[in-house]
Structures are given as C-alpha cells and as structure tokens.
Write a protein that binds this ligand. Structure first.
Ligand code: GLU
Length: 366
C-alpha cells in the first residue's frame, strides 16, 4: 500500500523525538513529522497522531533523578500541555487532545465512544492527538507504551496504515546499537517467535517502549489488516520517501485474513482478568455448537467478576478462548470444589453452567 493511497493512518511519535534531552518538549525533530502529516492531509489521507513525551517533557520541573510513580504522573500532567503547545506551533490545523487508558479501550461502550469521537474529529478536519492518560492509570490498568496504544487506536478507527517513528532506520535482525553487522529487515510477512527474539534487548532510553513493544504493536495491527511501518523519525528523507510511496524502513505486511473487529478487540485489546483451566483444549466448542460448560473446569485462577474478560486454557497450556465470564471467580471456584466432592461421593451428573458469553468471545489458535 502506498501512503498516498491510504485513507486513514495512525502515526506514532516517540519521546526521543518529542522531548530530547531534559529540557522539555522541543520542535527540533518534529518539523519533518509535522510536514509529513500536512502532506498526508493534502493527499486526503486522514491522520491520527499518537504522541509520547509528556513524562519526558515534564521532567524539567522536577528535581528527582529517580522519580517515583506518583512523581512520573505529575510529570505527565505538566509535560502534556507543553507537548500539545509544541505540536500547535508546528501544525497549521486545529488539534484535539485525547487521553486514553487501557480501561477505556477494554470497555466496549467506551471503546465505541473513542472510535466515534475520533471519527467526528476527522470528519471536521481536526487532528486527534492521542496519548495514554498517565495521570490516572495504575500498573494493572495501563497499556504502558504508546506503540501498543497506537496499534489499538488504529484498529479502533479502522485505519489502513500504522507508522511508528523511532530513532533507528527500522527493524534489524539484532540490536544495531550493539552489533555492527546487524541487518535491516525491509519486509516482515509474519510475526514469529524468531522475530520477537530479534527484538529483545532494545529498549528506549527516553520513553517506555523499545523494539519489543513495536513488534507487539505490529502483530496487533497486521492481524487487523493494517500495513505497518517502523521508520527513522529523525531522518527527513525517510519521511519524504514514505510520502512518495517508498519504504524507508521496515514494512510489516497485513495478514491476508484479518480478524473481524469484535474478535480483534477481544484478542488484541482486552486484557484478561483471570483464567479457567479446562480438561479438553479442543477449540471447537462453539464451532461444533458445543457449549463451554462448568463440568469441564479443573481450576480457576485470579479474581474476576461477571462480565470481566477471562482466558480459558487447557490443562496442557493451550489458550482456547478469551471471552466475557458469565460467573464470578468466586462462584466458579465454589463450583469446582463442589464437583470434586460430588465426584468422590460418585454423585451424578454435575449441573452444567455455561462459563462464558458467546457474544464477546475470541477462539484462540495457540
Ligand atoms: N505516555 C508516555 C508519555 O507520554 C509515553 C509512553 C511511551 O513512551 O511509549 O510520556
């Protein structure tokens, strides 16, 4: 897909670009990116910007060398306005700020609301600028890095392209900062364990991501049929080449059979709150019309309420389905214990409860 043929793209810009050094947000490396965004819009491509850097930009106001989590939230609050102001100076278009949390994206109603808001902004010519709402998130409730947030956003708004701007030329077979013989991969057709192993060890010095989170993001986006690029955001020629339809970095090709929106959301955005282990891992429960019922349960892990997302795995460790629980972990634990007692006393047959909702359910392959 050529960028000029893209209808809607998400571009993610990391903290190393927005807030280099320790002196707040700077326009130094952002002019090329701003030009790229303006070019895209002139070519009738709708753009959503995912911009990191609030924590790095806000750092200047705080003296602590090793800030606590609470202090980082304060930095994010201070740096976010700085970052929006810099984008405002560079971009000749109205901007709209959207601060999201993982909890927002995991709740179906809020997810739809995010999608609708972004669509309304785009329809009216505004540029949505997305970041994680670092002020209100906890470790359990945050996406944690803007690479994955950008991929989730791209799927939420049905983007056809995701561009992740970073400080290296693309994805290498090993860390180019440590190995001089590292080779740039121009195209990646599939995310395999070997791709993940090539990405380990590369972490961002300014933001929270690194190559690993970019690969996770690429996997999410490819599964939705989104063309994904990792490019060097410091290099103006990279972005120019991208605008002209070239590939200046690494192009991750979309899967030929993308997941449907609901299944993709369950699989790649929603995080499970707990797990139920079942006897039989065959993933044909729903395909064959069979129900995933309580007598198959062996164990319940974690604490969840009715409507929370859970993973159903088989005894041999296979992930069978991810779906919304019909019962709380407390009740399911009680049922498992009762079944054990009944089987010792040889009482038959156990009562069957349908474990998960068929409406929000993703059958997993692995
Ligand atoms: N939300 C963080 C910030 O704005 C950035 C996360 C990341 O570096 O990916 O500072």
């Amino acid at each position: 897909m050529l960028i000029k043929n893209s209808k809607r793209l998400v571009i993610k810009v990391g903290s190393a670009l927005t807030a280099p050094g320790n002196s707040g947000c700077s326009s130094k490396h952002l002019k090329n990116i701003a030009n790229f965004i303006q070019n895209c819009r002139r070519q009738d491509t709708q753009v959503i910007l995912v911009s990191s850097g609030s924590v790095a930009a806000g750092r200047q106001w705080f003296t602590s060398k090793k800030p606590s989590k609470a202090l980082k939230k304060a930095m994010a609050a201070a740096g976010q306005t700085d970052m929006m102001a810099v984008w405002g100076e560079l971009l000749d278009m109205p901007l709209a700020q959207m601060l999201l949390t993982h909890a927002d994206l995991c709740d179906r109603e809020r997810y739809v609301s995010i999608k609708e808001t972004i669509e309304s902004l785009l329809d009216h010519g505004l540029l949505p600028i997305v970041n994680e709402n670092d002020v209100v998130t906890s470790d359990e409730l945050k996406v944690g890095d803007n690479d994955n947030l950008a991929a989730m956003t791209a799927a939420a708004v049905d983007a056809d392209t995701l561009i992740m701007c970073t400080d290296v030329d693309g994805f290498y077979d090993k860390n180019p900062q440590s190995y001089s013989d590292a080779k740039l991969l121009q195209r990646v057709l599939e995310i395999t364990p070997s791709i993940y192993s090539m990405a380990t060890g590369s972490v961002s010095s300014t933001g929270t991501g690194g190559m690993l989170t970019k690969i996770e993001a690429a996997e999410k986006a490819m599964a939705y049929g989104i063309h994904t690029y990792i490019v060097n955001g410091f290099d103006s020629l990279s972005l120019e080449l991208l605008s002209n339809g070239g590939n200046p970095g690494t192009h991750f090709l979309p899967n030929e059979n993308p997941l449907s929106p609901a299944i993709h959301w369950m699989t790649h955005t929603v995080r499970e709150c707990g797990e139920v282990i079942i006897e039989d891992g065959k993933s044909n429960f729903f395909g064959s019309g069979q129900m995933l019922t309580s007598e198959k349960m062996l164990e319940v892990n974690g604490q969840f309420s009715v409507g929370d997302s859970i993973l159903v795995s088989s005894r041999d460790g296979k992930k069978v389905v991810k779906a919304k629980a019909n019962y709380s972990s407390c009740l399911l634990n009680h049922i498992v214990q009762q079944q054990d007692v009944d089987s010792i006393e040889e009482q038959t047959p156990p009562q069957k409860y349908s474990l998960v909702s068929k409406e929000h359910l993703a059958v997993l392959e692995s």
